[in-house]
Design a protein around this ligand. Sequence first.
Ligand code: ATP
Ligand code: MN
Ligand code: MN
Length: 308
Amino acid sequence: RETTKMAPTTSRTPRRKVRLTHPDRIYWPDEGVTKEGLADYYTEIWRHIAPFVVGRPLALVRCPQGIAGHSFFQKHAWKGLNPNIVLVKDPKDKSGEPMISINDLDGLIGLVQGAMLEIHPWGSTVADWERPDMIVMDLDPGEGVSWNAVVDAARETRERLTEAGLNAFVKTSGGKGLHVVAPLQPKANWTAVKAFTKSIADAMAADSPDLYVSTITKSKRRGKILVDYLRNQRGATAVAPYSSRARPGAAVSTPLTWEELGPDIGPAYFTIINVPTRLASLRKDPWDGFRAAAVPLEAPKKRGKKAA
Ligand code: ATP
Ligand code: MN
Ligand code: MN
């Protein structure tokens, strides 16, 4: 069968050195995307994904036979890991079992060589494990929720983050929902950041109980959006911006501008096939200025107090 050719490389595309075994293995059968096609995708978009995957503890979804085979969520290093992958130790994990991190494109392609189809970083870096440098509000629509309602939920989440002095960015999940992400200066610890995100989720559920829930209970979710704040606790992960998803459709979790968020772009609209073209046609990344927009999370008692 024909396999999909990726967009031609440009002068801004770095070179990769890691050799792939089974480059022609089909990962996404419907789109004809192979293991090599995935490596080409990540090479092409490297400068866009790099800020979100370099220097962080990583979890992976690995699918050695592509999305049609079995897949597993991998939180620790394994034997035979590509040498471009960096082993790091969680200072709070007594078992000392090494975790995975990367510093460069070869590390990312080393993960592709290890059958990584999804990359899920922590919200903190290996330079400062205890203090997150971003918040991820994960909006999970229950059965029967319209896309417009998810879009509204993202806008409301943004408003609430903005009120708290933060700068919010939005991406598709590549699955069913949206992620609203806010960069932080790494000042507050996990406990404070989790409490802050819980307060936002709880306030949304309290103000609009017909639209939102903030607890996981499945039975309560039908027709509502779960405002999942639990990505923001120590050891939790969320799929990276520009990560592929190990699901039919070869979707990518894709950064959007707030202006383009709307009915026309569904959660899995952007894929391994069309994201490189999209980025090549944009003047700048939709999340340009993300890191520069980081602010410290204020202590809860200061927040919301009116100036005297
Ligand atoms: P969707 O839009 O479909 O919800 P999503 O990426 O937000 O896509 P969720 O199910 O809401 O998916 O989030 C699951 C998150 O939990 C993932 O981002 C992942 O980082 C984390 N996670 C923790 N353990 C696992 C696991 N065993 N398998 C998959 N994900 C896991
Ligand atoms: Mn989700
Ligand atoms: Mn979730």
